[in-house]
Design a protein around this ligand. Structure first.
Ligand code: ADP
Ligand code: MG
Length: 190
């Protein structure tokens, strides 16, 4: 990935989504941000199935690149439909494409487990317009985040902090200048 990683703020854990690991990136175009989303999606597809959904919280500036990032993220999951900034729709479900084979071998010569059926759905949730946490709960949020085949990407996740799961990958988007965005990635468990 040519996206510049500014600095490593804490020691990398052995797991690719190690709790407490905080990484800072700088992207210089919307395409770079999409590419970063695509790479992250492919990394998530390699992970083992957990007891609940994989949840991603996107926070930070309006126009910071959250939706742009998710467009690349969806592409990485094999989704052909375009991710949009929903005007009235708060939650949208996308079925992942069948062609998600990662192929080849992982470093260390262990064969890659075919992740094809591990994750099935991407839920895109945008909390920008919600006034109360309850609005999200009424859409069946608890059920959706409890199901292992789901990947949930929540824009403005900080607005529903009270109901977020314990384990969550947080991405913070900061507007630097016209085409530059800072993206901080952190895996949390609190
Ligand atoms: P958000 O969902 O965080 O409100 P969007 O992704 O909808 O933000 O909008 C980001 C806007 O900024 C888009 O118009 C995009 O083309 C533009 N942009 C410019 N540079 C970047 C960059 N490096 N990363 C992401 N978006 C960028
Ligand atoms: Mg958005």
């Amino acid at each position: 990935m040519r996206i510049k990683r500014q600095r490593r703020q804490s020691r990398r854990s052995r797991s690719s989504f190690g709790v407490g690991v905080k990484l800072k990136y700088l992207t210089k175009s919307p395409n770079q941000t999409k590419k970063m989303g695509e790479i992250l999606a492919k990394e998530i597809l390699k992970t083992k199935q957990q007891e609940s959904a994989f949840v991603l919280g996107l926070e930070g500036d309006l126009g910071g690149g959250k939706t742009t990032f998710l467009q690349g993220f969806a592409r990485g999951l094999g989704i052909k439909e375009k991710i949009l900034s929903p005007t009235f729709i708060i939650m949208r479900k996308f079925r992942m494409g069948p062609k998600r084979s990662l192929g080849g071998w992982r470093a260390g010569w262990s064969p890659i487990r075919q992740p094809a059926d591990q994750f099935l759905n991407l839920y895109h949730i945008d909390c920008y317009r919600i006034k109360k946490t309850k609005e999200i709960l009424e859409l069946g949020f608890k059920e959706v985040i409890s199901q292992p085949p789901n990947i949930i990407a929540i824009e403005w996740a900080d607005r529903i902090r009270k109901i977020l799961p314990k384990y969550i990958l947080i991405l913070k988007f900061k507007f630097i200048k016209k085409n530059k965005r800072e993206i901080i990635v952190q895996y949390k468990n609190d």
